[in-house]
Design a binder for this molecule. Structure first.
Ligand SMILES: *[C@@H]1O[C@H](CO)[C@@H](O)[C@H](O)[C@H]1NC(C)=O
Ligand SMILES: *[C@@H]1O[C@H](CO)[C@@H](O)[C@H](O)[C@H]1NC(C)=O
Length: 206
């Protein structure tokens, strides 16, 4: 059941850092890290066709602790290792770590929801906000897309905030370990800034 519900939902990934967490991070960053905050690995191509940035984090979800079914489904498949009934709404807020090991450094949080949208219980619509503080980058990426519970899912990036403002691209979520109460997904972020992003206004800090 743990794997089930998690599988159903987790694929919509997202993170969001708690205010307290942010504050803590803020005060922990040595000046050196702040300097590195400029898009180090956002490489700008020579012909000016935008910038790219890729990195991988690991999402950990524990049923009834970081993810819950908040609305029961109404039809089709039952709750199983990989399925949830049509209409099930699942909500999650999962830590993102730098390695598959759950005890490795937390570099962000994914918060979002999944709604089961197939009668076989294997597919859902997922939306999520992935908040990241990693390798000198700080901000969030929002994704929206379909999840297939038993395969890797690619979510289009619909936008971002902070260092990820105007980012496009995709996030791929793949199951690493679906057994047990806590399930782990590998989350690969592949971001791209189109040329116009260079000229776009950036919101002032709220
Ligand atoms: C999670 O909580 C629900 C509602 O209390 C319960 O029915 C379900 O068995 C729990 N799942 C697990 C894996 O503990
Ligand atoms: C940037 O990318 C290079 C290789 O492309 C890698 O060696 C380096 O560790 C990365 N730096 C950061 C800050 O991620």
């Amino acid at each position: 059941m743990a794997a089930t519900t998690s599988a159903a939902s987790a694929r919509g990934l997202l993170l969001c850092v708690l205010v307290a967490f942010l504050h803590r991070l803020q005060f922990q960053i040595p000046p050196v890290a702040v300097a590195a905050a400029t898009p180090k690995n956002k490489t700008e191509s020579r012909d000016g066709h935008g910038k790219t940035l890729s990195f991988t984090l690991y999402q950990h979800e524990t049923i009834n602790r970081t993810g819950y079914i908040v609305v029961d489904g109404v039809a089709g498949a039952g709750v199983s290792q990989t399925t949830t009934p049509f209409g099930t709404i699942y909500v999650f807020r999962d830590d993102l770590t730098v390695r598959a090991d759950r005890d490795s450094r937390v570099a962000g949080v994914a918060e979002g929801t999944s709604i089961t949208t197939s009668l076989d219980g294997l597919q859902s619509m997922s939306l999520a906000k992935i908040t990241v503080h990693h390798r000198g980058h700080r901000g969030s990426v929002s994704v929206l897309g379909g999840t297939y519970n038993t395969k890797p899912s690619d979510y289009p990036v619909v936008g971002g905030t902070g260092d990820f403002a105007y980012a496009l691209g995709y996030v791929r979520s793949s199951p690493v370990d679906l057994r047990g109460r806590t399930v782990t997904y590998k989350m690969e972020l592949h971001l791209y800034w189109p040329p116009y992003a260079h000229y776009a206004p950036v919101p002032r800090k709220a």
